[in-house]
Design a protein around this ligand. Structure first.
Ligand SMILES: NC(=O)c1ccc[n+]([C@@H]2O[C@H](COP(=O)([O-])OP(=O)(O)OC[C@H]3O[C@@H](n4cnc5c(N)ncnc54)[C@H](O)[C@@H]3O)[C@@H](O)[C@H]2O)c1
Length: 251
């Protein structure tokens, strides 16, 4: 990768990197010159991500983001293998396999699992890497929220609550980490069809008639926002949640 590449020299962790959006993020950031540590609970999926990243530097790290010890180990791996860190993409989440049901009927175990991975995991990963970002003189954290935090999409109350919490966490971390020149922003995608998100629709079609751009989003639609937020191009942007959803609005 030439030193003139947009993210040349950037050391980035992407969680939830074994498939779906996380895999696309890894491949794109690496193609822009970043050195990427791809983290996920699925070893087999990570191996496939690394295989697809042929020719660019991607290192795998099998971890559970909801384990404090494992997120600290991830930060240590970044220190050992990358010599430090410039950015974290908090993408891992429980989303696959969630079916829609009234909020009173969500099993308590499922509620806890969604909140634990999606919220506690985001917090733990940020906390684990903050010392590394401070050592680097600053950096960027990008959290994956969702448009459901704005729409209040019925049937997945735990998931909506978790993504709303991610937006709040983004704001508070931006304030606490700002003095260390660590920026914290979120991307809130609209519905992007893939194997993880398909069950969310419960067999229904996603109605694009209320989307000004009149189509469904694709993973590639998120890549520009991601590259902007991890790079120095967004050096004066923090605490923001960028809806990338074709302009759909919620009243
Ligand atoms: N696809 C969409 O429509 C959509 C829309 C809005 C927001 N998002 C958000 O984007 C992100 C990626 O979504 P996706 O559709 O690619 O989902 P996905 O289910 O395909 O991928 C999620 C990844 O997270 C990993 N993961 C789950 N629990 C983990 C844990 N405890 N520790 C480590 N890794 C773990 C999974 O193994 C998987 O590889 C999520 O945060 C999701 O909430 C997705």
């Amino acid at each position: 990768m030439s030193s003139g590449a947009r993210l040349a020299g950037k050391r980035i962790i992407v969680t939830g990197a074994a498939r779906g959006l996380g895999r696309e993020f890894v491949l794109h950031l690496a193609a822009l010159g970043a050195r990427v540590l791809a983290a996920d609970i699925s070893q087999a999926g990570l191996e496939e991500t690394c295989k697809q990243a042929e020719g660019v530097e991607v290192l795998p790290a099998v971890i559970d983001v909801s384990s404090a010890g494992q997120t600290r180990a991830l930060a240590q791996t970044a220190r050992d293998a990358l010599g430090g860190l410039d950015a974290l993409v908090n993408n891992a989440a429980v989303v696959a396999g969630l079916s829609r049901r009234p909020f009173e009927e969500i099993p308590e175990e499922e509620w806890d699992r969604v909140l634990t991975v999606n919220v506690k995991g985001t917090w733990l990963c940020a906390a684990a890497v903050a010392p590394l970002l401070r050592e680097a003189g600053g950096g960027s954290i990008v959290n994956l929220a969702s448009e459901v935090a704005f729409s209040g999409s019925p049937g997945v109350a735990h998931y909506v609550a978790s993504k709303s919490a991610v937006i709040g966490l983004t704001r508070v971390l931006a304030r606490e980490l700002g003095p260390s020149q660590i920026r914290v922003n979120a991307i809130a995608p609209g519905f992007i069809p893939n194997e993880g998100s398909a069950a969310m629709l419960g067999g229904a079609a996603y109605d694009v008639s209320a989307t000004p751009l009149g189509r469904l989003g694709q993973p590639e639609d998120l890549l520009g926002a991601l590259a902007f937020l991890v790079s120095d191009e967004s050096a004066f942007v923090t605490g923001q949640t960028l809806l990338v959803n074709g302009g759909r609005r919620f009243g």
